[in-house]
Design a protein around this ligand. Sequence first.
Ligand code: MG
Ligand code: MG
Length: 259
Amino acid sequence: MVRPKTEEEIALLRENAIIVSKTLAEVGKAVAPGVTTKELNRVAETFIRDNGAIPSFLGFEGFPAAICTSVNDVVVHGFPSDYVLKEGDIVTADIGTLYKGYNGDSAYTFPVGEVSAATRKLMDVTKASLFKGIEAAVAGNRVGDIGYAVQSYVESFGFSIVRELEGHGIGKGMHEAPGVPNFGRQGHGPKLVDGMTICIEPMVNAGGRSVYLDRNGWAVHTSDRSNAAHYELTIVIRRGKAELLSTFDFIEKDPKINF
Ligand code: MG
Ligand code: MG
């Protein structure tokens, strides 16, 4: 059962989403060849706490770090580590915060230095597919319309949608109903109504859609070792349309960030 959020709750979720958005930009400023993913985690955790929030991923079902850092063939849930980023890598930061009892959750795939044209295409298509999904998130549509919009766009470029993981509602819970798959059929699934707050988060592989779980029980890798990209935003359906709560503007309007 989906309970639409009140205006007061939406305001809190928006404040939180802005903290997450700014944290992603802080991480973006730190991404460079020679930097470890552990360092990105440190930057994010410090910024989150300095802004009065809590990194909600830390300790969640035993997750060992404040953020997920997923490099190259890791789709999601990579552990920050001593891995040193190198020119041509891509790294996805997925960040969750808890603030005044509500959750924030967004993700962005950053290039490390210059990436290949093929990798750039994967990133561009994945991000654009997120906005295709957001366009479909209007009151009266159904969750399947979001998935259909994302999937049809991604597959038209020959890339694959990861199906084992999906977007979700968000509020007091990090993951609330409804699940928001990145594939689907138009007109199917739960109906979208005003006051719903959801995270849309396409995970896209350059190669096949098959993935496997790392021995560490968390990191999801592409089976064919192709690169994967992942972008996530939180939106609210308000006055019939999708409004962004989190934003990539802090990243994309900052000349110091390579995105
Ligand atoms: Mg996330
Ligand atoms: Mg999420």
